[in-house]
Design a protein around this ligand. Sequence first.
Ligand SMILES: *Cc1c(COP(=O)(O)O)cnc(C)c1O
Length: 451
Amino acid sequence: MRQDPGSLIQRDRARLWHPYAAASPDLPLWEVEAAGGARLRLRSEDGTRHHVVDAMSSWWSVIHGYRHPMLDAAARRQLDSFSHVMFGGLTHAPAVELAERLVDLAPTAPGRPALERVFLADSGSVAVEVALKLAVQFQTASGKPSRQRFLSLRGGYHGDTFAAMGVCDPVDGMHSAFPGLLAGNVFVPRPPAASSATPETVKRWASELADITAAHSGELAAIIVEPVLQGAGGMFAYPPECLTALRGMADRHGLLLIFDEIATGFGRTGELFAAGHAGVVPDIMCVGKALTGGYLTLAAMLCTGEIAATVSGGRAGALLHGPTFMGNPLACAVANASLGLIEDGGWRADVARIGAGLASGLAPALALEAVREVRTLGAVGVIELRDAVDVAAVTAAAIRHGVWVRPFRNLVYTMPPYISTAADIEQITAGMTAAVAEVHGHHAARRPDAA
Ligand SMILES: *Cc1c(COP(=O)(O)O)cnc(C)c1O
């Protein structure tokens, strides 16, 4: 194998793509040399080492921290047994156990059918694809083949594959890059922000939702939303009552309600699933990201028994999806270990403790003129700037303060691992605030209420 001279980072820049990035010789990159607990050891291009607290949980997935002994042990145990087998015609204990756990954990409500059938997918985007396919197949099998479109919220994010992109925000998402491939879905305005919503603004939003749904109901198969917190679309929280309105609309017009809990699932917002803030149960739910504690790529789609039976009894006679690595045993085994930790229930106190630390630690950022709002929900903390973040400069400044963050648009945010200590959270919030102050100015706010 030919090895180019130069640092690992230079070799990366010559050969690899990174997420949403140009193939660029100038891409800022750090090498991860080691990871443990809530910490990463980074090496910059000039060889400098940085020991940082991970404020991102590797895109919200590493909820128990790096190299967790129980997750490591689960992976090793499964390695010694078998790492992968096909799922067509074969099954194995890790997949069956995982499906049973997910069904046990899934949200329930009196009088509502339970989510009891599980499809294991390789990534969040694929789980969303499968959910959308299932919804269309359900409508067709129910004698409504004209219902082929989806209703979603502006500001939403559901993944990077085509059908998933099609239900992402039509302006901030990728619709303009693929205009011929992503048209046809219906969008409802974003609900009012949780921080400023009133019963009146929620009611006004719900009546807009009702009008738009009624106008398109004959062509719609399903409603898909991120419950309570829109993640990659802007770290935007909205009132749980909006989920009740969505449930009502779906029922009134015969639409399926899909909750994309890929970012919100497994405790991040303070409830096990964000659906729990409203006691609303969807017909279909997608989970991913933290499912394996961030160890391996795995996601799942859950649906009611009625949907499963209807689609299975339809003309197609099957749910038309089946990835090569479906139900990967290694990933399922680690997911079972991660869900075992979730079942122990310690996450609830951790998320509450982290949320309180984020709220008090980020409050001083509000005094910066560049900052429009500071908000927290569960173990999520957000500094929203008035203008776009200088991502490279804020990232580098935060690293100097011992914190790894990955800002986007006008947001510097954190979703720390649940194992983060009070000192970790202090370091994260102080580092985020200092980085914003250094890069975007120290000026005190003109607002009289900001200390
Ligand atoms: C990350 C995310 C996805 C996509 O998951 P991938 O594993 O990146 O494909 C879908 N929906 C939501 C809400 C997400 O946060």
